[in-house]
Design a protein around this ligand. Structure first.
Ligand SMILES: [Fe+2]
Ligand SMILES: [Fe+2]
Length: 247
């Protein structure tokens, strides 16, 4: 099921017309998750722009956050456009549906600036992992923008890392203790972003050429990358099973 050649053999679709029903269902489902998450940047700026800008401690942090937010507003426009072509509108009812991945709600509960760093370090990195899945995927309108989204999400994850590093430089031991305290909550949420290892739907996505890797493969690669970066910051790696909701 996880054989990458299966994706290479998958049929490519050039647009929204005449899609097989099962394919269209999964495509809409996948784009809806992305759109529900990212449309908040465009539609709820009081939470996604104004609050973090007020918390950002330096002009440099504020400027980098604003640039990041602006990318996300554009990403939101991509998903709205793709979904609109498939007959789904990102309206109030759409945005009233529950957040599909819980880490994205944690951003809005952030108590301090370092939590925004942790958010981007984990959640935007997951965005990069998903963007990478869509490079060369079977739905060409999505494949067309995937490379750019992938690169920008990598940039956002790097922003998260920089923010954490600057916080450690600025705040010393006290800052380190705070980061470790927050990590106990963000690390399990980060690993949980990839869903349950045994879920059936992930393999339907792979079979239809909408993804390449399984949840477990993505999580393992993510965990190794994140652990490596935390080690560079001399932050101890949390227990990967503690506090987890999805294993
Ligand atoms: Fe994004
Ligand atoms: Fe992002």
């Amino acid at each position: 099921m996880q054989n990458p050649t299966e994706q290479a053999e998958a049929v490519k679709f050039t647009g929204p017309g005449n899609l097989p029903a099962a394919y269209k269902y999964l495509l809409i489902r996948m784009l809806s998750i992305q759109s529900r998450i990212e449309s908040e940047y465009m539609l709820m700026p009081e939470r996604t722009l104004l609050k973090p800008l007020a918390l950002a401690p330096t002009p440099e942090d504020k400027a980098e956050y604003a640039a990041f937010w602006s990318d996300e507003v554009r990403h939101a426009s991509y998903w709205m456009h793709l979904l609109g072509d498939l007959g789904v509108s990102v309206d109030d009812a759409f945005m009233a549906t529950p957040m599909p991945i819980y880490i994205f709600e944690m951003r809005d509960q952030a108590q301090d600036w370092i939590e925004y760093g942790l958010f981007s370090f984990f959640a935007d990195r997951q965005g990069a992992y998903m963007g990478y899945e869509w490079v060369g995927c079977s739905y060409q309108p999505l494949a067309k923008i995937a490379e750019r989204v992938y690169r920008e999400e990598l940039g956002h994850a790097a922003f998260g890392y920089r923010l954490m590093r600057r916080h450690l430089e600025r705040e010393g031991e006290r800052g380190r203790a705070l980061l470790i305290k927050h990590l106990a909550k963000w690390y399990p949420a980060g690993l949980d972003m990839f869903g349950k290892s045994g879920s059936k739907r992930q393999f339907d996505y792979v079979r239809m050429g909408l993804r390449r890797r399984s949840n477990e493969q993505m999580r393992a690669e993510f965990e190794a990358e994140v652990n490596n970066l935390l080690t560079k910051l001399e932050i101890p790696i949390p227990d990967p099973t503690a506090g987890r909701l999805y294993l």
